[in-house]
Structures are given as structure tokens and as C-alpha cells.
Design a protein around this ligand. Structure first.
Ligand code: C2O
Ligand code: CU
Length: 541
């Protein structure tokens, strides 16, 4: 397996969109950032030099980092930030990941502009489980704010209210023809009739699940989150922030060009949000009579079924080359609730409901980031940084999605608290959304692992009935799963990667409000079951 060296210089660089220009934080001046290529099992060594003016960390989303959380990246969870003027060399060992993943900053909202695709091709002498495409292209869904992103975050956190929407969605850094001053830069993918192309899709949007479709073309989904799935055809996709998808596009149409388009899904009818559409163009090579561009049909912005049903379609390949390994004898059964909350305001009155400030929680704990990283504290046995014994409240038989939930659930506790898992336990977690403040979808992401999604549903998880319908034969292997609004999803994994691993909603405003927690997975007894020591240049707090 190869070792790939890269240098990431974090720096401000001017970029113009939507008729104006501003400085944004970038890697090497690029937005979106550089695409990294590797083969399964390779190692990446990325020297991150912070030439910006704010603290930053870089996360390798979906890379399991076996026994080596030191390179994982979430600020104050596995490392202290890389301060301006300093650098940190991250070693990223790929194991069985194959397909598209991505990297992004993991320090406040800096990931809005600091992100890029990580393409992992099959190892030497192995192939895709489908005919090799004639071409491939990363397709990154992103966002653009006309004003400074960090200023927006600071303002909304201070106000206790909600975050402002961005001013445009983007495909590969470009808003597309439907936004002002954007037409000349619209992203174009040139194709040849009769050939098949692979779109390596990444949803790098901050706060929205996105619908995506291509006019007059069917899409064939072959992978998600760096693992293959049984190929299936669809007219549209729904992709969560954090999620990646490998999509085959057969160029089989007769006009010279077609639009691809994406827009946000938002289950909260009546709440103001950005319903604008970003576009890019599929351009056929050859002699065609110029034709008018056709927009694809996207599901309605509030079509929960369109999002939920698509999310439930995935199945693992589950064949000899790509077997499934679903834990069957569950030793740790957990239920985590994901709630929107409010907390008393520090000022006289805040911008949230009833003059409170918005908050969010996992099992009624609104997470507080510590001042030194949890991993370092765990490794060096520093007391007082976090508490363990993560609460198992509320109970299984509770009505989480009813009309009026008890008021004690409205106001969570605020703490830095982790859940400790013994090495090698087979873990099942029911991720249950609640109807507090109306409820909303939550794309939940776990670091350090891929998990099998064995079931999902609307309403309350039913402990007696729902497990009977679990898919234990070919469930998809993912690192991010959208819990549908007021619904649930069940995940399973074997806790065989020791370390500290973050789990959080991939909507960044929910992260600001506290919808996150961390696992500590203890060392096993075998020599290959222990945390590796930290590198010498680990940033200091
Ligand atoms: Cu995509 Cu915690 O990250
Ligand atoms: Cu959320």
C-alpha cells in the first residue's frame, strides 16, 4: 500500500460569487479544497499548516483511523486546535474504506469553506463491483454566504436564536445559472453518448439534507459512505450533510445539454428557509443542435416521504468479495434521544422560543465542549474534564413523538459527558428523534466506525415489534444516518476500535446547541487492541 504526502496550508483567499467578492478560509487557496486520491489500504500523511487567523482542526470524515484517534480531528474531542502559525502532521491510515469520503474542518463552522473530497479507489489487482466507468468526477454540494460565516455564527450563538440561511447552494463551488452573476462559472461535466460516468457526491452543506436530480437521466446508486451497496436506479437522491454517495450516470440522451440540480429538503412547513436551486450542466460532446436546458423534477422541499423512503432503500452488496458482518449477539443495548430544546437566556431575552435560547440534546444532555481534549484527558488520566456514565434516560416505553411532552424534557442538563464501551462489545443503538419544538430530521454521524443501519421508522421505536423487521441480512454500512423527523433508526457496530469517538448531528446549528456526545472505547487485552501513543507534534491546549 502506498503513502501519499500532502501539504494543507490553511489561509484566507479572495473568492467571488453572487456579484461580490470576499476573503474566505481555504486549503491552499482553493474552494472547494483539493481532492485527495488513494487506494484502499493506503496511508495519507497530511501536514496541516495554519496560516489563517483562527484555530482549526481537520477531520477525515468516514475514515475509521484504527487505534489512532489522534488524527481524527474534532476540536476538543480528540485534539487541541492547531493555532495560527503552527502546524500538525496527520497520519491517516485507510483500512477497508472504498468509494468516496471527504475531509473537512472540525472547529466551529470553518467547514463551510474548508472541505474537499477523498476518493478511495479499489486496491491494486481488485476492481469495482461494476464495470469501470469511462470517467469520474467529485460533485460537492456546498453553500455560500455573502457575509463572513464566523460573524454569522457568533451573532446567532450570542442572540440565542436561529442561524441565518446562506445566500446560495453550490455544486462544486458554483451557484449555477439560476443565481445572479453566476452563469459564466456554472460547473459543466462533459460526457460522451454511450458512456457511463461516476459522480462522487459529497453533501458539505451546513444544515440541510439535499435533493438532487438530473433532467432526463436515471441515476444508479452503487455506494454510500465509502462502502458499496446493491445497485439501484432512481430519479432523484436525498443526501444528508456528511453523507457521500457514488452514483453512476449513463449518458444515453439525445440533446446537447441537461441541467443537474439540487435544493434543500426542509420538513418544517412554514419556517423560512432557502428554497433556491443550484444547477450544473451535463454537456454532450459532439455535433448537436443547441437545445434549451431542461430542469429536472426535484421532490417538494417538504416531502418527508421522498427523503425518508430514499434513505431506506440502501442495502449492502453482501456477497463473497464484500460480505456483511452484522453483530448478532448484542451485548450493549442503548437508546439515545435527539431533542430540540430551550435553555434560559443569559441576557434579558433571547431570540429563541419564549425569550429562551435554543438548545439541543442527546438523552437530555446538552453537550458542552471542554477546554482540553477528551482524548488527551483520557490518555493521561486528567480528572475533571468529562463525566462518564452517560444517562440512559428516558426509558424505552416513552411517547417521544406525541403532541405534548413533559416539561422536564424541555430543558436539558448541560455537561461534558461520555459513554464508556468495553472493547469488543456488540453495540445496538436506537436513535430516537423527539417532537420537542416540533421535531426535525437529524443526520447522525459517528466517528471511528461504520455502522450497519438495521432498521428505521416513523414515530416511536417499538421495542417489541420493530426488531422483528430488522434487516440483518444485507443492511447498509454507513457513517451517517438521517433520523427522519419524529422517527427513529437503529444502528449496530462492534466496539473494536479503541479511543474517543465523537457522535453528533451533522447539522452544524444543532452542534452549536449541544446535539453531540462522545464514546470512550476501552483498550482490549490483545496487543493489537490498544490505543497507539500520540504523535510528538500533537497540538497543545
Ligand atoms: Cu463530518 Cu464530526 O464530522
Ligand atoms: Cu440535528
Amino acid at each position: 500500500a502506498a503513502v501519499h504526502q500532502h501539504r494543507f496550508v490553511i489561509k484566507e483567499a479572495p473568492h467571488s460569487k453572487l456579484c461580490s467578492s470576499k476573503n474566505i478560509l481555504t486549503v491552499n487557496g482553493q474552494f472547494p479544497g483539493p481532492v485527495l486520491y488513494a487506494n484502499t489500504g493506503d496511508t495519507l500523511v497530511v501536514n496541516v499548516q495554519n496560516d489563517g487567523s483562527q484555530n482549526i482542526t481537520i477531520h477525515w470524515h468516514g475514515v475509521k483511523q484504527p487505534r489512532y484517534p489522534w488524527s481524527d480531528g474534532p476540536e476538543f474531542v480528540t485534539q487541541c486546535p492547531i493555532r495560527p502559525g503552527t502546524n500538525f502532521s496527520q497520519e491517516i491510515s485507510l483500512s477497508d474504506e472504498e468509494g468516496t469520503l471527504w475531509w473537512h474542518a472540525h472547529s466551529d463552522w470553518s467547514r463551510a469553506t474548508v472541505h474537499g473530497a477523498l476518493v478511495i479507489r479499489p486496491a491494486n489487482k481488485t476492481n469495482y463491483p461494476f464495470p469501470t466507468p469511462a470517467g469520474e468526477v467529485p460533485l460537492i454540494l456546498g453553500e455560500w454566504w455573502k457575509s463572513d460565516v464566523q460573524a454569522i455564527v457568533n451573532e446567532f450563538v450570542a442572540s440565542g436564536g436561529d442561524a441565518n440561511n446562506s445566500d446560495a447552494f453550490l455544486i462544486n463551488g458554483q451557484p449555477g445559472d439560476l443565481y445572479p452573476c453566476s452563469r459564466n462559472d456554472t460547473f459543466k461535466l462533459t460526457v460522451e453518448k454511450g458512456k457511463t460516468y461516476m459522480l462522487r457526491m459529497v453533501n458539505a452543506v451546513m444544515n440541510n439534507i439535499m435533493f438532487f436530480s438530473i433532467a432526463n437521466h436515471q441515476l444508479t446508486i452503487v455506494g454510500t459512505d465509502g462502502a458499496y451497496v446493491k445497485p439501484f436506479k432512481t430519479n432523484y437522491i436525498a443526501i444528508s450533510p456528511g453523507q457521500t454517495m457514488d452514483v453512476l450516470l449513463e449518458a444515453n440522451q439525445n440533446l446537447d445539454n441537461y441541467y443537474m440540480a439540487a435544493r434543500a429538503y426542509n420538513s418544517l412547513n412554514g419556517i423560512a428557509f432557502d428554497n433556491t436551486t443550484t444547477t450544473a450542466i451535463i454537456q454532450y460532446r459532439g455535433n448537436y443542435t443547441p437545445s434549451a436546458l431542461i430542469l429536472p423534477n426535484l421532490p417538494n422541499f417538504n416531502d418527508t416521504n421522498a427523503s425518508f423512503n430514499f434513505t431506506r432503500t440502501f442495502k449492502s452488496l453482501a456477497n463473497k468479495q464484500h460480505p456483511v458482518d452484522v453483530p448478532l449477539n448484542i451485548t450493549t443495548n442503548l437508546l439515545f434521544t435527539f431533542s430540540m430544546n430551550t435553555l434560559p437566556c443569559q441576557n434579558e431575552s433571547c431570540g429563541g422560543p419564549n425569550g429562551d435560547r435554543f438548545a439541543a440534546s442527546v438523552n437530555n444532555i446538552s453537550f458542552v465542549l471542554p477546554r482540553i481534549d477528551i482524548l488527551g484527558a483520557y490518555y493521561k488520566n486528567v480528572k475533571g474534564v468529562y463525566r462518564d456514565e452517560f444517562p440512559s434516560f428516558p426509558p424505552f416505553n416513552f411517547n417521544f413523538t406525541g403532541d405534548s411532552l413533559p416539561v422536564e424534557l424541555q430543558r436539558p442538563d448541560q455537561r461534558t459527558q461520555v459513554h464508556v464501551l468495553e472493547y469488543g462489545t456488540n453495540v445496538e443503538i436506537v436513535l430516537q428523534g423527539t417532537s420537542l419544538l416540533g421535531g426535525i430530521d437529524h443526520p447522525i454521524h459517528l466517528h471511528g466506525y461504520s455502522f450497519y443501519v438495521v432498521g428505521s421508522g416513523l414515530g416511536n421505536f417499538d421495542r417489541d415489534k420493530d426488531p422483528l423487521n430488522y434487516n440483518l441480512v444485507d443492511p447498509p454500512l454507513q457513517n451517517t444516518i438521517a433520523i427522519v423527523r419524529n422517527g427513529w433508526a437503529t444502528i449496530r457496530f462492534k466496539a473494536d476500535n479503541p479511543g474517543v469517538w465523537f457522535m453528533h448531528c451533522h447539522f452544524d446549528r444543532h452542534v452549536n446547541w449541544g446535539m453531540e456526545m462522545a464514546f470512550i472505547v476501552k483498550d482490549g487485552t490483545g496487543s493489537q487492541q490498544k490505543l497507539l501513543p500520540p504523535p510528538p507534534d500533537m497540538p497543545k491546549c
